[in-house]
Design a protein around this ligand. Structure first.
Ligand SMILES: [Fe+2]
Length: 263
């Protein structure tokens, strides 16, 4: 097993457009950060999870980054197809869906029924739909598995997270997302990072109940790193602090309607 020291993960900070970065490898199971061509405070991350000849793209990204990501993927897959797209939020990123399906016909979509319905506005084509609410586990042919965890109202009603049981990585969608122009791939100062997460969470996450409800669902998982859609990866030393952050979080309706008490 190659266990990548995330705190020293390459020079991605200075070159986010560089080669895809290996974050974990065990036998024929690997996780990569694909890189990003955008330069924004709300930087998006795209990850590739490979297991033998199967490969799932987590957060496929929108039409404006399609060519860049397609090129990046070919450096890993050598023209082998991506076999699955994991779409965990109702997001503008879904705008490139037809391009992904055109280039990877036969690709399976892992998402919730509501997002599946919304994809009609992105010019949905025929595809195999894995309903993550109905089947909360996906088994690779190797026997390794992924677990899908509902994360309602964080911030989408249909949001979910994805846990890779081999690496212990939690792909958390918009949970623990952060905003910052001075981007780093991996968090090295949690206190400083908390303020960057506040910029997104306070206004966009629904409530403390939704945050703590999600924590209850992941309490039994052995998480070795948190990999959000936006911002920076939280390595193992900060996982407990990240859980505590969510537990304490006051956001959304907690702040907009402070006078209304729970019943
Ligand atoms: Fe997102």
């Amino acid at each position: 097993m190659i266990s990548v020291d995330l705190s020293k993960a390459g020079n991605r900070n200075s070159d986010p457009c560089g080669e895809p970065l290996l974050l974990f490898q065990s036998d024929r199971h690997a996780v990569y950060h694909i890189g990003t061509a955008e330069d924004s405070a709300f930087r998006s991350n795209c990850y590739l999870l490979t297991d033998g000849s199967e490969s799932l793209l987590i957060h496929p990204r929108g039409i404006y980054e399609f060519s860049f990501l397609y090129h990046q993927l070919n450096t890993i897959l050598s023209k082998e197809p991506v076999t699955g797209l994991v779409i965990s939020g109702a997001d503008a990123d879904n705008s490139a869906l037809t391009e992904w399906l055109k280039n990877y016909p036969g690709c399976r979509l892992f998402t919730t029924p509501f997002i599946h319905l919304m994809l009609t506005s992105c010019g949905k084509e025929e595809y195999t739909f894995h309903d993550v609410r109905e089947e909360d586990r996906f088994l690779f042919t190797s026997g390794r598995s992924l677990k899908f965890i509902p994360a309602p109202f964080l911030p989408s009603p249909a949001a979910f997270a994805c846990y890779d049981e081999t690496s212990g990585f939690l792909f958390s969608g918009d949970i623990w997302a952060a905003m910052d122009m001075d981007w780093h791939l991996v968090v090295d100062d949690f206190h400083d990072h908390e303020m960057k997460m506040n910029l997104f969470h306070i206004d966009h996450m629904a409530s403390n109940i939704s945050a703590r409800g999600f924590l209850n669902r992941i309490g039994d998982l052995k998480i070795t790193a948190i990999l959000p859609h936006h911002g920076s990866i939280l390595p193992k030393p900060f996982v407990n602090e990240a859980m505590d952050y969510l537990r304490r979080l006051k956001c959304g309706t907690d702040l907009f309607y402070p006078d209304i008490k729970q019943f």
